[in-house]
Design a protein around this ligand. Structure first.
Ligand SMILES: Cc1cc2nc3c(=O)[nH]c(=O)nc-3n(C[C@H](O)[C@H](O)[C@H](O)COP(=O)(O)O)c2cc1C
Length: 274
């Protein structure tokens, strides 16, 4: 059996990215609130460089732009990625899709724990965008947390003039998402690699020949990530699925019960886990 690499008390570093470049973005405000509400053992870094990631172009891959390398470096330092996304035209904003296209090419997201939440001024709170984004993330083998979810409709009514989250119910749900995500990261975090570096290099070679996501060259960030998420990581994921604390009746059933109940309880504000 492959064991998880982090125990229940380990500190966790989350990189948070808002999928909006707008100066007064509601989603960035939500992300900032997540950083403030995070438990003591959890750090949420608010990433501010998404606007420097250019439109994806395969021709740029041999010498990736600074915005891309900075993003990869920030991710390599993190244990998990929290994406806080708006919804544009019932889909994922272009900047978020663009980011994933860049990251997928170096397999940075493969095995990485990822959580998705979002806020909109509409009544569905990014439900469609989140569904599509989760599907996209699964296609690049990210370890997407499925529950609890957080869809924040009519977000403009939940923030004050300075963009601070002032709605108590949403704050509680956000706090629950962050702490559950930290638990998810601890659960799926891979053990140290089981194979020596030379074998990992061979594996990289194999993956390069694979065609689909064939990276141009194995960058240093990817090597680090590979070290963290090799076979051990994938094994840990299977292990995690069989011991998911977010399932009813298991360790985290309180989380499940509350979030499921909150969603079904048809609260008019934030909706969650329906
Ligand atoms: C191009 C565009 C498309 C939008 N499409 C949707 C949509 O499909 N569903 C929705 O709930 N809100 C939609 N909105 C409204 C956004 O929810 C709202 O602008 C939100 O505040 C954007 O997030 P931000 O504040 O983080 O930038 C759209 C906004 C724009 C600019």
């Amino acid at each position: 059996m492959v064991e998880s690499g982090l125990d229940g008390n380990s500190s966790v570093r989350i990189l948070g990215i808002a999928g909006s470049l707008r100066r007064d973005s509601h989603n960035r405000a939500l992300l900032r609130a997540a950083a403030e509400l995070a438990p003591e053992s959890v750090t949420v870094e608010v990433y501010e460089g998404l606007e420097t990631v250019p439109v994806f172009n395969e021709d740029l891959e041999t010498d990736p732009p600074q915005g891309v390398t900075s993003l990869r470096r920030a991710l390599a330092r993190a244990d998990g990625l929290l994406i806080v996304t708006p919804e544009y035209n019932q889909s994922v904003p272009g900047v978020v899709k663009n980011m994933i296209d860049w990251l997928s090419r170096e397999e940075v997201l493969s095995g990485l724990p990822v959580a998705v939440i979002g806020a909109s001024t509409g009544p569905w709170g990014t439900r469609i965008a989140q569904t599509l984004l989760r599907q996209m993330l699964l296609s690049v083998q990210a370890a997407v947390m499925s529950d609890p979810t957080l869809f924040v409709p009519h977000v403009e009514a939940l923030l004050d003039d300075d963009g601070r989250l002032v709605d108590e119910q949403t704050s509680q749900r956000l706090e629950r998402v962050v702490s559950s995500f930290a638990d998810w990261i601890r659960l799926v975090a891979p053990s140290p690699p089981v194979s020596p570096p030379s074998e990992r290099s061979e594996r990289w070679g194999e993956s390069s020949e694979g065609g689909k996501g064939a990276p141009v060259s194995p960058p240093s960030e990817r090597s680090e990530r590979w070290g963290e998420s090799g076979e051990a990581g994938r094994g840990a994921l299977v292990f995690a699925a069989s011991k998911n604390p977010l399932r009813p009746g298991e360790a985290g059933s309180g989380v499940w019960g509350e979030s499921g109940g909150a969603g079904r309880g048809a609260s008019p504000g934030t909706s969650q886990s329906r």
